[in-house]
Design a protein around this ligand. Structure first.
Ligand code: SAH
Length: 364
């Protein structure tokens, strides 16, 4: 008997349904409960497939810690304050946030911390890294405590499944994942296909459509943004989203990364990281529907500079051994330089209309 693996499971599903949506494909690849990429791998870090800002330097988490304290202060230092991180990866960002703010005991005492993490392997790692803190884990963003809240998400939404649609000969078609030879059970060659649909998602119907243009939509991101918007509207607070992305839904932005290199998204299922560019415009639209304030996009470099990364760099350098300074400097550059992560990564803030403007995002 043939060994069942993720590729076989996806193939069976494609044969049964005559092709599956891109979002279904991505979901199986990334978060399948047994074989998904995040379920079984430790993807983040020098040994993994990609490196994120908190893994580059502790300065990233320290400054975000200060940003959160400012939100807490701007909400009159509530005695109960919910801090939520979406997709905490190795737990480094939360560890740095908590270490950098431990001199503000009143803040620490107020914290009700929730981590939203789908991967059992990463949850385990986070539990180890954050063993000294009281934390509540969840696999989905739901049922947060009804108190003032700050939600942070670094490189979270780019990991979400997307759907793609194309407008051809005045009709909408969905781009699906299929097999080159659907009738041949031994066929192992995946391909993209097109499927007729009755009606496009509501985000697309009112557009001035262009022939042969691909449009992307993520129902899962929508669901999460609607949940957090309702929550912030009811409880006050703010949300900070940092990711690579853009302000529209145009073109295919699907990409696959394995061992720090681009690879074919239709190969190595469950072994390579599938992501897409986050459509910040859609996030803004979903949140504004709930009468929240959504800031413009700010480059990560500008955001970190406003929060004082240069000063923090100097302060940390003072006690550093000489050999470590070069790495410290290259980490700073990697986070803020325009040709590194400083411009590619964008920051957006969402807040309750009754809350004060968000530091680094609203005051110029
Ligand atoms: N924020 C971290 C990790 C980014 S990688 C950092 O900056 O280093 C994406 C993270 O989101 C991982 O922890 C992954 O397991 C988690 N994740 C991906 N899809 C998810 C989903 N649908 N629900 C909850 N967590 C998810």
């Amino acid at each position: 008997m043939k060994k069942i693996n993720l590729t076989e499971l996806i193939k069976n599903s494609i044969i049964k349904k005559n092709g599956i949506s891109l979002s279904e494909y991505m979901k199986m690849c990334m978060t399948h409960p047994k074989y998904g990429y995040y379920t079984k791998k430790y993807p983040i870090g020098f040994k993994g497939d990609f490196i994120t800002s908190p893994e580059i330097s502790q300065m990233f988490g320290e400054l975000i810690g200060l940003w959160i304290v400012k939100v807490w202060m701007d909400h009159d230092k509530p005695s109960k304050f919910s801090l939520v991180e979406l997709g905490p990866g190795n737990g480094t960002l939360m560890a740095d946030i908590l270490r950098a703010t431990r001199n503000i005991p009143e803040f620490h005492k107020s914290l009700k911390i929730t981590l939203v993490e789908i991967s059992p392997a990463l949850q385990k790692l986070q539990k180890k890294v954050l063993r000294n803190y009281q934390i509540n884990w969840k696999t989905k963003l739901n049922k947060l405590p009804n108190i003032p809240t700050t939600i942070i998400a670094n490189e979270f939404f780019d990991a979400f499944p997307i759907e793609q649609y194309i407008f051809k000969k005045s009709k909408w078609l969905e781009i699906i994942v299929s097999l080159k030879n659907l009738k041949n059970k031994n066929s192992n060659e995946f391909c993209f296909g097109l499927k007729k649909i009755a009606k496009p998602p509501e985000e697309l119907s009112s557009l001035n459509n262009e022939e042969n243009q691909i449009y992307e939509v993520s129902p899962e991101i929508k669901k999460n943004i609607i949940y957090l918007s309702k929550h912030l509207k009811k409880n006050r607070g703010a949300c900070l989203i940092i990711d690579y992305g853009k302000n529209n839904n145009l073109g295919s932005t699907l990409q696959s990364i394995k061992n720090h290199k681009y690879s074919n998204p239709l190969e190595n299922q469950g072994e390579s990281d599938l992501t897409s560019l986050v459509n910040f415009r859609a996030i803004k639209d979903y949140a504004e529907n709930y009468n929240l304030v959504v800031t413009d996009l700010v480059d990560q470099g500008d955001f970190l500079n406003t929060l004082g990364i240069q000063e923090r760099f100097v302060a940390l350098s003072k006690n550093m051994e000489k050999e470590k300074i070069a790495l410290h400097l290259s980490s700073l550059k990697r986070l803020i330089d325009k040709n590194q992560m400083g411009k590619l990564f964008k920051v957006i803030g969402i807040r309750n209309r009754n809350s004060l403007p968000l530091v680094g995002l609203e005051h110029k």
